[in-house]
Design a protein around this ligand. Structure first.
Ligand SMILES: [Zn+2]
Length: 265
């Protein structure tokens, strides 16, 4: 019986809850410390000038000879941005052994992250480091809450350090963040899942850190979406896609919109 047991998402063995590790996603080293979530409904109201609470606070500030801008900033911190994960995001989805094993891949990703994915630098990485970067990102999708009911076909690819190729159903794309990916420059970084046509056939997951946005999907991205394939980092001609280009659209925008409408219900 496995009632009290938790299954590790990587080795698929069952463990007692206390034998699971508490992993952070994204890792603490890559910007998981100060995550905020915007209260999008309030935020839109505020943008439209329709937030009586804020108006009142500002007129009170002016009356008291305080700086209205300071007041607005304070309001933003206290009422629009809430600490989403005060201790960072954690999940118990991996056993200790697998978590330690993935630590090697995370080290490789950290190199990629600290070089901002810069092709000049990444091209100089060893092949082993590059494949570890690829595997680190695939592995992160094992831990997101929205993917817990999915049996991914890339477990062997991740588990075998020697394996250089993956030809399964899932594609992994990414872009580097810039002003075009984030509302007024604020990067909020939740995870998500979209059922693209509502029929359960085309699934897209998203996770991100404060530099990159990753999408895992069981179909080829639409040609107009400009994104890197994660395997691009292995290639000699790797170049980095930054931001969302013009009107071409992106998975990320759909995630932002979906969340916004959820908040408006
Ligand atoms: Zn395990």
């Amino acid at each position: 019986m496995n009632e009290q047991k938790v299954q590790c998402r990587l080795c698929e063995q069952y463990f007692n809850d206390e034998d699971m590790s508490e992993e952070h996603y994204p890792a603490h080293s890559v910007g998981n410390d100060d995550i905020i979530e915007l209260d999008l409904t309030k935020f839109m109201d505020t943008l439209m000038g329709d937030n009586p609470e804020l108006k009142e606070a500002i007129s009170a500030a002016i009356k008291n000879g305080e700086d209205p801008k300071e007041c607005a900033d304070k309001y933003f911190d206290q009422h629009l941005a809430k600490d989403l994960y005060p201790k960072g995001r954690t999940a118990r989805t991996l056993c200790r052994k697998c978590n330690t094993f993935l630590g090697k891949y995370d080290e490789a990703y950290k190199k990629f992250y600290s070089e901002d994915g810069d092709p000049k630098k990444v091209k100089g990485f060893q092949k082993q480091t590059k494949i570890q970067i690829v595997k680190a990102i695939f592995a992160k999708f094992l831990s997101i809450p929205e993917a817990q009911d999915i049996h991914f076909d890339f477990l062997d690819f991740i588990r075998n350090p020697e394996e250089m190729e993956y030809h399964g159903a899932w594609k992994l794309y990414f872009i580097k963040r810039d002003y075009s990916t984030d509302l007024i420059g604020l990067s909020d970084i939740p995870t998500g899942k979209i059922d693209w046509n509502g029929d359960g056939k085309m699934i897209v997951f998203e996770l991100s850190d404060d530099k990159f946005i990753f999408n895992l999907c069981n179909f080829e991205k639409f040609p107009e979406f400009e994104m890197n394939d994660i395997f691009d980092v292995m290639e000699k001609n790797y170049s980095l896609v930054t931001g969302i280009h013009g009107n071409k659209g992106s998975f990320h925008e759909h995630f932002v919109m979906t969340r916004m409408f959820k908040g408006m219900k």
